[in-house]
Structure formats: structure tokens, C-alpha cells
Ligand binder design. Structure first.
Ligand SMILES: Cc1ncc(C[n+]2csc(CCOP(=O)(O)OP(=O)(O)O)c2C)c(N)n1
Ligand SMILES: [Mg+2]
Length: 316
């Protein structure tokens, strides 16, 4: 694929994630989702960029906010929708719901909502891949809050010691629930130097709102980790548009006060807008791109409701 084709395919995947999540959100407001809901709207470039920069044979692990990780990995849209709404046609037979998805068909080996607990599990898979002499990478997505857990440092230490092909992707949206990273959680330590010098792992930090930067960084890290037999951390600065949990996705229903003013700045850095600018640089006009987006929105709205309308939601 040439650059323009890659960007257009990424556009499709990012619109897919957004439309599916917007529709889940609409149904959540009508009490149709029986579990917690954590939307990744605003963070689509992270999942998509890493999926494009790695290979189908690589493994993904997710967390409580993983619809985007699953879809970017090529997960089946209907199986995810069924799962979120507790239908037995879901990828985990409807028992897991939004926060517990697993689909071996696409090497999506599990989203684990207990923060930090996916890290040792992912290391075990990386160890297994190494013992089987497979040249595959295992990627585990965590949030900035989860990178403050002890298991993050323990995993980096052990995975480094055993030279495991493991990539930890930190989606750093600066908040854990409503706790501000800088005001309430982090004592100003030098994260880069702890990872690189302290734990001797590869480290790269890029703008997680820009698909191209995430794509490029994950491609390079994959190559380096597999070549040097070393672990890696990809630190992505990103922005979630929705509140931590629940359905609110627009400024109108943004009720939480903890980042009210900052929120208007945040939504200016829409990853889809940034991707559109990158596509324009390949020679396409904005009108052409908007036409494509319009078609994609219709396509994924239709796919969502074709599946959703087959679900008989049972109250528990
Ligand atoms: C061990 C543990 N403690 C607390 C929680 C409750 N909890 C769920 S999500 C979350 C915040 C996570 O923040 P972060 O890792 O930055 O991810 P984000 O939600 O920002 O994507 C918390 C505290 C949990 N699931 N697991
Ligand atoms: Mg966070």
C-alpha cells in the first residue's frame, strides 16, 4: 500500500471505531448497556496507529477502554456489538461485556479491566512466543494511571531480564477517572530516564492524536524489539473526549467539572481532523475526503443497527 492508501484505510478504521462507539453511547443512554462503559472517542489514532505499525500475527491485550483496540486489530464488529450488549453471539458469548473481550481469531488475547493486571499476563504470552521461536510481538495497552501500578515496573524488569518481545503502549490521557496526573498523582519524576536508564527498555514518546506518528513509532519499535531482543514502551499523549465512564461525548452533556475549560482545547485536537490534514497533503481535496467520510458514516451506522436490531436485551 502506498502512503495515500494507508491513510485512507486508517481513516476508515478510525471512523468505524467512532461511529460504533457513538451508537453504543446512544444506546447506553437508553439503559441498554448492562455494564460500565468506557469510550475511546478521541483516542482512535492510538489503537489504529499501533495496529497499522504491527502485524496480524502479533498479539494485542487491552484494558477497560478497548473497543477501539479490538476493532483496530480487525475484530469482528458484530461479535463486539453482541458482546457489549450481553448477547450470546458475542466474542465471549455475551458473558464479558464491554470490558472483557477476547478473540483468538484476530490475536486479541483479552481486555482486562483490573488495572495493571494485563501486564504479567501479556509477558507470559511473550515468553510463550519466544519459547516457540515465533517472531511475534505482544502488545499491551494501558492507561497513564495503570503505568503508576507496581506491576508496570515489575513487568518491565522481568520482561527485560528474560528478553521478551513485549511492547507496552501507554495511552496517556492525563487522567485516571477524574484525578489529574500532574496535580494529584505524579511527583515530577523523570519517566523517560526511569524506563531507558533504570530499566534499560526502549522508549519513545509521540503525539497520540496523530495517526502517522503513532504508526511510524510502533513500526520502528517493533523492528527494534524483535531485532535486539529487548522490551519497549511507546508513550502516547492522547485525549479522551468523553467522560471517564458512561455515555457523555459532547460538550453539551459534559457534566463533569474537573476539566471544563480545558475540554474545549482538548476537542480541537481531533485525531480524525489531523488525519484529514495528512490526507490533503497527498493531493486529495477536503470535499473528496468529506464525501468518503459521509459514506463511511452511513456504512458503519447501518452495520451497527443491523446487528443491534437482532439483539433481545434482557434486564437482569
Ligand atoms: C487495580 C484497579 N484499581 C482501580 C480500578 C478502578 N478504575 C477503573 S479505570 C480507572 C482509571 C484508569 O486510568 P488510566 O489507567 O489512566 O486509564 P484511562 O481510564 O484514562 O484510559 C480506575 C481507577 C481498577 N479497575 N483496577
Ligand atoms: Mg488515563
Amino acid at each position: 500500500m502506498n502512503k495515500k492508501e494507508i491513510l485512507l484505510k486508517a481513516l476508515e478504521d478510525m471512523i468505524k471505531i467512532r461511529i460504533i462507539e457513538e451508537n453504543i453511547s446512544k444506546e447506553f443512554k437508553k439503559n441498554k448497556v448492562l455494564s460500565f462503559l468506557h469510550l475511546s472517542i478521541g483516542q482512535e489514532a492510538c489503537a489504529t496507529g499501533v495496529a497499522f505499525g504491527t502485524k496480524a500475527q502479533d498479539n494485542f491485550f487491552g484494558n477497560h477502554r478497548s473497543h477501539g483496540h479490538y476493532l483496530a486489530k480487525g475484530g469482528n464488529i458484530s461479535r463486539m456489538i453482541y458482546e457489549v450488549f450481553g448477547d450470546n453471539r458475542g466474542c465471549c458469548s455475551g458473558h464479558g461485556g464491554s470490558m472483557h473481550m477476547l478473540d483468538k481469531n484476530v490475536n486479541f488475547l483479552g481486555s482486562v479491566p483490573i488495572l495493571g493486571s494485563s501486564l504479567p499476563i501479556a509477558s507470559g504470552i511473550a515468553m510463550s512466543e519466544k519459547l516457540k521461536k515465533k517472531n511475534n510481538l505482544t502488545i499491551v495497552f494501558i492507561g497513564d494511571g495503570s503505568a503508576e501500578e507496581g506491576s508496570f515496573y515489575e513487568t518491565l524488569n522481568m520482561a527485560g531480564l528474560y528478553k521478551l518481545p513485549l511492547l507496552i503502549v501507554i495511552e496517556d490521557n492525563k487522567y485516571a477517572v477524574e484525578s489529574d496526573k500532574f496535580k494529584r498523582k505524579v511527583n515530577g519524576y523523570d519517566f523517560k530516564s526511569i524506563i531507558e536508564k533504570g530499566l534499560k527498555a526502549n522508549y519513545n514518546r509521540v503525539d497520540g492524536q496523530d495517526f502517522l506518528k503513532v504508526f511510524d513509532a510502533s513500526k520502528k519499535l517493533r523492528k527494534k524489539i524483535l531485532k535486539d531482543k529487548s522490551v519497549g514502551v511507546l508513550h502516547l499523549d492522547c485525549l479522551r473526549f468523553s467522560k471517564h465512564s458512561g455515555a457523555e461525548i459532547s460538550t453539551k452533556d459534559q457534566k463533569s467539572k474537573y476539566r471544563k475549560n480545558e475540554y474545549f482545547e482538548i476537542i480541537k485536537k481531533d485525531p480524525i481532523k489531523i488525519l484529514k490534514q495528512n490526507i490533503i497533503r497527498t493531493g486529495m481535496s477536503l470535499i473528496q475526503i468529506e464525501k468518503i467520510i459521509n459514506k463511511l458514516q452511513k456504512k458503519y451506522n447501518k452495520i451497527f443497527y443491523t446487528t443491534f436490531n437482532k439483539i433481545n436485551i434482557k434486564k437482569v
